[in-house]
Design a binder for this molecule. Structure first.
Ligand code: IMO
Ligand code: MG
Length: 436
């Protein structure tokens, strides 16, 4: 009975959506455990591209139970749009269930976040402006939080919202000089979306526990990435949830020993959106070239992503914090035709060499990467079907990455499509159901 966590090993956008989709076709349950509409998980098949924000990427497999669990923050309006979009494309949603304990992103969360980011100016975090941070902050503050179960209970909502709105209106007026929100308008909007979402809202903990007890195959779909984890990432330039594998327990109610495998998703190079340290970042033409080849523009915000080489101290940290069983190496096709490819094996900070990620993450702002350079590979490899079809220099790159993370590469991905997924020998052992 595998229960597998799929976790991003970098700063997000590692192509977790593709891997979760590929796995979900063999899984009984697909679970989102963290984040919210800041995520953009892409699934490509039959000439169509679906971008998921909150709905699990497993929804395209009609037999898979899809759970949006407690650890998420949900914008009812955005979720309704996502549901409508999928429905219009003929995707069945009968298997979708949303936790009553997930938190609701209210209109004031987005307003406050926009105002804060504007005020911070140069010091901003560069968030997705989806209200993620303020919503999680209310969860931690507790009295001012609204959950999905409250949204569909109008009596509760009518009691809960007025004091929260009063608090936020005072803040919006005094701190940011913004217009107040109208109570009736807020409640009317909630009512509209509550009606639409009510059929999906329920007890996902019970559904998941039953599935685990029945030995169902489950994939936990992490959003964001390890370096964006609130506690373990490059604070304060992080998101406000727990993308790491441990977050799968926090965000769903499943215990650590019910998880069998953790698959770390690694893009063959690195990207980051928003502000914050990025030691291996490329600039100028080198950056534009890689960005265009990899079409590195945000699937949620459309922002151009910052791009750079692989970062060994970050990856080995991510491998440890997530206890990865294996990793998948994504987008190796994008690096084709680069004469050489580089991996940062250490940082030089104030004259000292660090091979380990410093726990004072702010030191990364001073880090000069110490690169190792490898021979690149050439040609179109997007049609490769097995490891034997891949060039020798790419095999060496895979072996080097395996050394960095002290774990095997189970999958090499040569494009966004389902059939562009190569299982290695290690992958065949770990995920035998994928080879049939
Ligand atoms: P997926 O799941 C990449 C980044 C934002 C910003 C920081 C905080 O598609 O990999 P937030 O709005 O979460 O408070 O923003 O986190 N960020 C992501 N970057 N991929 C994501 O998700 C991200 N979700 C948030 O750009 O730097
Ligand atoms: Mg994304």
């Amino acid at each position: 009975m595998p229960a597998i966590v799929v976790v991003g090993m970098q700063w997000g956008d590692e192509a977790k959506g593709k891997i979760v989709d590929v796995l979900s076709r063999h899984m009984d349950v697909c679970v989102r455990y963290n984040g919210g509409p800041n995520a953009g998980h892409k699934v490509v098949f039959d000439g169509q591209t679906h971008v998921h924000h909150v709905i699990p990427a497993g929804i395209h497999n009609p037999g898979t139970l899809c759970l949006v669990c407690d650890g998420l923050v949900i914008d009812p309006k955005e979720l309704s749009v996502e549901i409508d979009g999928l429905r219009k494309r003929g995707v069945r949603l009968d298997n979708l269930h949303i936790s009553q304990s997930a938190h609701v992103i209210m209109p004031w969360h987005k307003m406050v976040e926009r105002a804060e980011e504007t005020k911070l100016a140069e010091g901003k975090i560069g968030t997705t402006l989806r209200g993620i941070g303020p919503c999680y902050a209310d969860k931690a503050r507790r009295w001012s939080a609204v959950r999905m179960g409250d949204l569909v209970n109008l009596d509760v909502l009518r009691t809960k919202v007025p004091p929260i709105l009063q608090h936020y209106n005072a803040m919006l007026a005094c701190v940011y000089g913004a217009e107040p929100l109208e109570l009736d308008a807020v409640l009317a909007e909630c009512e509209t979306y509550a009606k639409e979402l009510a059929p999906y809202i329920g007890d996902t903990q019970a559904l998941l526990q039953d599935a685990v007890d029945a030995g169902k195959r489950t994939v936990f779909e992490g959003s964001q990435g390890t370096m964006l984890d609130l506690d373990q990432g490059t604070f304060p330039f992080v998101s406000s949830s727990h993308p790491i594998a441990g977050g799968a327990c926090l965000g769903t109610g499943v215990g650590p020993r019910d998880i069998n495998e953790v698959i770390g998703v690694v893009k063959a190079y690195t990207s980051r959106v928003g502000e914050g340290p990025f030691p291996t970042e490329l600039h100028g033409d080198a950056a534009s070239n890689l960005r265009e080849k990899g079409r590195e523009y945000g699937s949620t915000t459309g922002r151009p992503r910052r791009v750079g080489w692989l970062d060994a101290p970050c990856l080995s940290f991510a491998a440890r914090v997530n206890s990865v069983s294996a990793i998948t190496l994504q987008s190796v096709d994008v690096l084709s035709d680069f004469p050489t490819v580089k991996i940062c094996r250490a940082y030089r900070i104030n004259g000292k060499e660090y091979t380990r990620l410093p726990s004072d993450r702010s030191l990364l702002n001073l880090a000069e990467p110490v690169f190792e350079e490898f021979e690149g590979w050439t040609g179109d490899i997007t049609g490769a079907k097995s490891m034997a079809d891949l060039p020798a220099s790419l095999h060496s790159y895979v072996a080097t990455v395996e050394k960095v993370v002290s774990a095997p590469v189970a999958i090499v991905s040569v494009g966004p499509g389902r059939d562009q997924t190569i299982l290695t020998d290690a992958g065949k052992k770990l995920l035998p159901f994928l080879s049939v």
